[in-house]
Design a protein around this ligand. Structure first.
Ligand code: KIV
Ligand code: NA
Length: 265
């Protein structure tokens, strides 16, 4: 089969069919996600926590990302493969281009994701000019956890919400191909989604995004303390395959996220 492309994601957005996305870190996980019909597989820097046992994503290196991206890439037939640019691997334009090129050439990534506000406009623009597809991750940005002062909902204050809308617009204009919103009030996600012309994938951002993403370990009930916006899909199912199919089905039917997984303004 053929791998999905950005055009396919744009098509899903236009047809109002939610994009189902999950993280994976090895080839077997990737194969199971692909077989379950997951559209976008992300090799998240969450691997620092769920695979390597760190407290945050900050210690993750580019080499860690490449090692796992390459493994995931071997397990995929259909899903689009996105990989995170880890902490401090895109602090300058040159560094960002080098990191993105390595994730694509050595890892097999089709899209790179970076955490950023309007500060990252120059980086996104440079990557875009080099033909590198980019996802911009807004809202709760775990690589900035020490600056943000904790894992909290972002964009609740009116001024913060307004800034996030401006940032989203600036990043899209700079050439971002996908926006990812983490832990933002559902109403703000709706506003950003209606302003954007590119797919908006949410995690803790309510049901009215173009797609949903969760961390695999949360979906399979393996995390010690899962975030409120996630759901254990293995509960009530007899296999990992059934749990993953249930996740995809729930996202496609807009049954997940339910109101209890979302945040109010
Ligand atoms: O690293 C990760 O798993 C992520 C998702 C939570 C979006 O960035
Ligand atoms: Na990440």
């Amino acid at each position: 089969t053929k791998r999905l492309t950005l055009r396919d994601l744009q098509g899903l957005r236009e047809q109002a069919e939610p994009i189902a996305s999950l993280t994976a870190y090895d080839a077997t996980q990737a194969r199971l996600l692909d077989e379950a019909g997951v559209d976008v597989v992300l090799v998240g820097d969450s691997l620092g926590m769920v695979v390597l046992g760190h407290d945050t994503t900050i210690p993750v290196t580019v080499d860690d990302m490449i090692y796992h991206t390459r493994a995931v890439s071997r397990g995929l037939n259909r899903a689009l493969l996105m990989a995170d640019m880890p902490f401090m691997s895109y602090a300058s334009i040159d560094q960002a281009v080098t990191t993105a090129a390595r994730l694509m050439q050595e890892g097999g990534a089709q899209v790179v994701k970076l955490e950023g506000d309007a500060q990252q406009v120059a980086v996104v623009s440079a990557l875009s000019h080099h033909g590198i597809p980019v996802c911009a991750h807004l809202g709760l940005r775990p690589q900035s956890i020490h600056k943000l002062g904790g894992y909290r909902v972002q964009g609740r204050a009116a001024s913060e919400a307004e800034q996030m809308m401006k940032d989203a617009q600036a990043l899209e204009e700079a050439g971002a191909d996908i926006l990812l919103l983490e832990c933002v009030p559902s109403r703000l996600a709706v506003e950003i989604r209606s302003m954007a012309r590119i797919p908006v994938i949410g995690i803790g951002a309510g049901v009215d995004c173009d797609g949903q993403i969760l961390v695999l370990h949360d979906v399979l009930g393996m995390t010690a303390r899962a975030p409120r916006f996630s759901h254990n899909f293995l509960a009530g199912h007899n296999s990992i395959q059934d749990a993953l199919a249930a996740y995809v089905w729930s996202v496609k039917r807009r049954e997940f996220p339910a109101p209890e997984h979302a945040f109010s303004s």
